[in-house]
Design a protein around this ligand. Structure first.
Ligand code: PMP
Length: 412
């Protein structure tokens, strides 16, 4: 039942429809940014009177802010099962975390990524070896195995835990096993996993994990890069400035070690407190969150599957394991118009387009692009039914605002 689930803000938000009526907003865009958890908002609000600089001042508030910041870091470390010597750097988001890792990769190391990745994981590397979009799990593992066999020198494999376009889970354990067999390091982008399933860096035996607060109910602009200390300790500071140094002389500088090396400038203490609250809440709620989301997802997918015009989009086939989202097209209805109609006529927010993973999006649905409905704690069964009903109506009569003919022509 919903009552045992962590609550989020905005669950009863009324939004205006084009018709002049209002509807409670159905937020099927959790994968882009999840709503704020009530526990997160409460933690942030309770902390705000105490909010001050961290690691910079010596007043009481600053000492308290510093303590809360470091306590939050410990909570996040526990949430992802960090090893004792792992660094856990608080960043702006996943994009920032991956960029930090990219800058820390030692010269001469090849980074291997699949072209199916989100741009944040696809683009920031210096010396990158891109593998084609895999056609199946077996193909993915075979192509990675091949690359690891033939590439000389040190290798870092960067892979997402969950594909952000389709929600499909990647075969992480097998990928880790391949990396270990060939002596490669592995970095996991957990941006689309962190809100839906636990991830444990030690149990999974991966070298780095990155994720974003805003996709796991913790706004305020925070993200995480956690992992092996050696590259991060040797890397040029991600941000050069106050807090990242132990000594600055005339023309000389000694950089700090530890996470501080990469966290110069005013710390996002509220973001850290918020993220820690989200971690603590999720950690005690997985037993209700995971089955709840799987019920919603099954209901959504089976509802859509009954609509003849709907085609579910997936990389490894519709039976592949997935979390929290479904991507689909509707025959005869342009995806941009479908997304607009869902918003304007039904108060349903979805995403359409390239999903910042253009090669994969184009591979899956060509120029048509797909619509992605992603869910989480802000979604109820009633929202799912509303979405399915709306897609059915639109697929039968076309959106009332626009209609796309078979030949692609459209008119208002
Ligand atoms: N990786 C994946 C798999 C994502 O889905 C996203 C967000 N769409 C990102 C990275 C980037 O996250 P952020 O925008 O928080 O940096």
């Amino acid at each position: 039942a919903r009552s045992v689930l962590p609550a989020v803000l905005g669950a009863d938000l009324q939004v205006p429809l084009g018709s002049g009526a209002t509807a409670s907003f159905a937020n099927f865009d959790h994968a882009a940014t999840a709503p704020c958890m009530v526990a997160v908002a409460e933690a942030a609000q309770a902390f705000l009177p105490w909010y001050a600089s961290a690691h910079e001042g010596s007043g009481t508030l600053s000492a308290m802010s510093t303590a809360r910041f470091e306590e939050a870091r410990r909570v996040v470390r526990a949430f992802i099962g960090c090893r004792d010597d792992d660094y856990l750097v608080l960043t702006r988001n996943t994009t920032d975390a991956v960029k930090l890792l990219a800058m820390a990769v030692p010269d001469g190391t090849t980074v291997v990524v699949f072209s199916s990745e989100h741009h944040a994981l696809l683009l920031p590397w210096q010396d990158v070896h891109r593998l084609p979009i895999p056609s199946s799990v077996e193909d993915m593992l075979a192509s990675l195995d091949d690359a690891l066999r033939t590439l000389g020198g040190p290798v870092l494999v960067a892979v997402s835990a969950v594909l952000n376009v389709t929600g499909e889970l990647m075969p992480l354990e097998d990928i880790v096993a391949l990396c270990r067999r060939h002596g490669a390091r592995i970095a996991v982008d957990a941006a689309q996993l962190a809100a839906h399933q636990p991830i444990d860096i030690t149990a999974l035996d991966v070298d780095y994990v990155a994720f974003s607060g805003h996709k796991m109910y913790a706004p305020f602009g925070i993200g995480v890069l956690a992992g092996r200390p050696d590259w991060l300790a040797a890397a040029r500071p991600h941000l050069a400035g106050c807090g990242a140094t132990v000594h600055v002389g005339d023309g000389t500088v000694t950089w700090a070690s530890g996470a501080a090396r990469h966290e110069a400038g005013g710390a996002n203490v509220v973001g850290a407190v918020a993220l820690a609250a989200a971690c603590q809440t999720l950690q005690t709620a997985w037993n209700s969150v995971m089955p709840y989301e799987s019920v919603l997802l099954n209901r959504l997918r089976s509802g859509l599957a009954e609509i003849p015009e709907v085609v579910e989009v997936s990389l490894f086939g519709t039976t592949s394991e997935r979390v929290a989202m479904v991507a689909f097209t509707v025959d005869g209805v342009d995806s941009a118009l479908l997304a607009t109609a869902l918003s304007v006529e039904y108060g349903i927010g979805v995403r359409h387009g390239d999903f910042c993973a253009r090669p994969l999006a184009r591979h899956l649905s060509g120029e048509r692009t797909a619509v992605r409905a992603s869910l989480g704690l802000g979604i109820g069964v009633d929202h799912v039914d509303r979405l399915v009903d709306a897609v059915r109506t639109i697929s039968e009569i076309g959106p009332r605002l626009f209609y796309v003919a078979e030949d692609g022509a459209w008119w208002p």
